[in-house]
Write a protein of this length. Structure first.
Length: 211
């Protein structure tokens, strides 16, 4: 069975990039290959360099930039974004605001949507970022998948860790010095495998779901 699963994300310093790679591993564990894309950058190169993100951005820019119309080709989409004041980044918001054309056609209705994120601090808006993105996905008619408590790492008390029932997440630190822990990466892998399993069961059934 052919199932296409996209990971569409924005990453400035590489934290979401590492989470996306773990999500991809989970999708592979389910028997599928993820297709990774980045959303368009809105910051000038000079600003990115001043922010100390130029090194990673050189690597990140090797990923293809997705267009809104391409989203319709996927059976499931996992979106990744850092947190900005409790919400998604401007880059992700700008991209999603450009999806009115596929919304008008119902092109994502009945497909699986899921979100993962990062923040600078432990309580830096991870849950509100994911939930605010869910609003857009629901307007598109997507079937929302989070990170269920069957991922037992959610209840760990052994470390400070991201991840919630809304989706996998990581804590970057105030200076972006902390990268995803083993537990956070495990959550991302679990979410990827979980979404892939749902997408497999729903593949080709959109017309039945929407009739």
């Amino acid at each position: 069975m052919s199932v296409r699963i996209f990971i569409v994300y924005y990453s400035l310093y590489g934290h979401i990039h590492k989470m996306a790679q773990a999500v991809s591993e989970g999708i592979r564990d389910a028997g599928f290959e993820a297709e990774l894309f980045r959303v368009p950058e809105t910051l000038p190169d000079a600003v990115i360099e001043k922010m100390g993100a130029k090194s990673f951005q050189t690597e990140f820019q090797k990923l293809p930039v997705i267009t809104p119309d391409e989203l319709a080709k996927a059976d499931a989409i996992l979106f990744g974004t850092p947190t900005r004041f409790g919400n998604m980044t401007g880059q992700m918001r700008s991209f999603l605001d450009a999806t009115g054309g596929i919304w008008s056609r119902g092109a994502l209705a009945g497909k699986v949507g899921s979100v993962f994120t990062s923040s600078g601090t432990q309580h830096g808006g991870q849950e509100s970022t994911i939930l605010s993105m869910h609003i857009t996905l629901l307007h598109h008619g997507m079937i929302i998948a989070g990170l269920p408590y069957t991922f037992t790492g959610q209840t760990t008390m052994d470390e400070i860790s991201g991840c919630s029932p809304y989706g996998a997440s990581t804590i970057a630190g105030g200076s972006n010095e902390r990268f995803p822990s083993a537990n956070e990466l495990a959550g991302a892998r679990y979410q990827g495998k979980y979404v892939a399993g749902i997408a497999r069961e729903l593949a080709g059934k959109q017309s039945e779901i929407l009739s």
